[in-house]
Ligand binder design. Structure first.
Ligand SMILES: [Zn+2]
Length: 159
């Protein structure tokens, strides 16, 4: 079940976008004020709404269970993540390294040769596995930044 979860994140809880993408969950950010448009997108694409807006929770599509929406309780991004992970039983190791954190596009594997001269020399020396976003062309590798983020995710799981 959790495998097919997709999200649309309201701008009032925008910090959740990056974390969900790190975990590999298809997540889009709704950067607008028109609730009806967000709801229409969620329905059309089968996305769960994450929001702090109680008005959305009162919409008929939500109260009738046609659309799943989660009212985020806390102001604190870590607490927000914990709430989503707990309520939906998310797997923090679901599909790490699968999505571009900027574009939400699936990353494509690249060989070491393909990224030569496109990553810093010390990275090229130490990393053997690379992924690239087909949209923004950003190259990803499991460097220290990545490791720090996954550590934090593991910390969420232990809470
Ligand atoms: Zn990208």
């Amino acid at each position: 079940m959790a495998d097919s979860l997709k999200f649309i994140v309201d701008q009032n809880v925008g910090r959740l976008v990056k974390w969900l993408r790190i975990m590999g969950y298809d997540t889009i950010f709704f950067n607008g004020s028109n609730d009806s448009r967000m709801i229409a997108t969620a329905l059309a694409e089968g996305r769960v709404i994450l929001t702090r807006d109680t008005q959305i929770m009162r919409r008929r599509v939500v109260t009738k269970g046609l659309l799943k929406a989660i009212l985020i309780q806390s102001d604190d991004p870590e607490q927000q993540m914990l709430q989503v992970i707990e309520m939906l039983n998310l797997d923090c190791n679901f599909r790490p390294f699968a999505l571009c954190l900027e574009c939400n596009e699936y990353l494509v594997e690249r060989s070491k040769e393909q990224v030569k001269n496109r990553v810093p020399p010390y990275v090229f020396k130490t990393q053997s596995q690379y992924m690239q976003c087909p949209s923004c062309c950003r190259i990803y590798w499991r460097g220290t930044h990545w490791q720090a983020m996954t550590k934090r995710l593991e910390h969420f799981m232990e809470c």
